[in-house]
Design a protein around this ligand. Structure first.
Ligand code: DGL
Length: 272
């Protein structure tokens, strides 16, 4: 048994969708969530900068005493996962591979669509992981630069719906039967994607698949907490605690009261 908390980070509020799924699966664990609201979005940034930010967040969590770090940001995972795993002592579980795996299992016509940020699509990581599992799957990737800023700005509205429809079109034309929503912000507006794609398309969300991966990792390593207890979550953000709380509470009915602001220079010092 290991009573230390699990650390989760994201560029902003998107990783709360992974936290939510982890809370459903592992209600007895403690969590520390760190969002980089001040520097969100990561999607338009260069890979090297994203790597530096991801290392700052992950090492801050490691130094705060977590037993495992969850990279709950596809953009950070695509740019930085091996780099984080080499530098951290604690295990790092990340989004991206779990949902690529689920998509390969789910597709019947072996045509898979991927919607994600520009940096994630440019990295080519989804196609790489999918092709490692099944080299015969056709992958159609679409970068969605409008979505994270629209979601962080407050969620569903006509502009968001128009953007989702625009990004869905090339996937329809390619007749994919499975779509990976490769950004942890997207489940915050899950019903919009469900309505745009309809019942005929299987949607794969990073949050669900990653929570499963976290639970299995704790179980196999034998580092779970006492299953009879109720866990607690601490919220940290580099941005505005009030805005962060509003997103969490609005989309997930997650009480985010008491989020503490972490200054960027505290992170930079930790990574030095
Ligand atoms: N939630 C992040 C992801 O999963 C959002 C990226 C961003 O900040 O642009 O990719």
């Amino acid at each position: 048994m290991d009573s230390r908390p699990i650390g989760i980070f994201d560029s902003g509020a998107g990783g709360l969708t992974v936290l939510h799924e982890c809370l459903v699966t592992l209600p007895h664990e403690d969590f520390v969530y760190l969002g980089d609201g001040e520097r969100c979005p990561y999607g338009p940034r260069e890979a090297e900068e994203i790597r530096r930010f991801a290392l700052e967040l992950a090492s801050y969590l490691e130094r705060s005493g977590v037993k495992l770090v969850v990279a709950a940001c596809n953009t950070a995972a695509a740019a930085a996962l091996p780099y984080l795993q080499e530098r951290l002592e604690v295990p790092v579980v990340a989004v991206l591979a779990p949902e690529a795996h689920a998509a390969v299992q789910a597709t019947r016509n072996r045509r898979v669509g991927v919607l994600a940020t520009e940096a994630t699509i440019e990295s080519g990581r989804y196609a790489d992981v999918i092709h490692t599992l099944d080299a015969g799957v056709e992958v159609v990737s679409v970068a969605c630069p409008k979505l994270v800023p629209l979601i962080e700005a407050g969620g569903p509205n006509d502009e968001l719906l128009a953007a989702v429809r625009e990004y869905a079109e090339p996937l329809r034309d390619a007749q994919v039967d499975t779509v990976v929503l490769g950004c942890t912000h997207y489940p915050l507006v899950r019903p919009v994607f469900e309505r745009v794609f309809g019942r005929g398309t299987t949607l794969v969300f990073s949050a669900d698949e990653t929570a499963r991966e976290v639970a299995e990792t704790l179980h196999r390593k034998g580092v779970g907490n006492d299953s009879a207890r109720h866990g607690e979550t601490t919220f940290l953000t580099t941005g505005s605690p009030a805005e962060f709380a509003a997103l969490g509470e609005r989309f997930l009915q997650l009480p985010v009261a008491g989020a503490r602001r972490v200054a960027l220079d505290e992170l930079a010092f930790e990574a030095a």
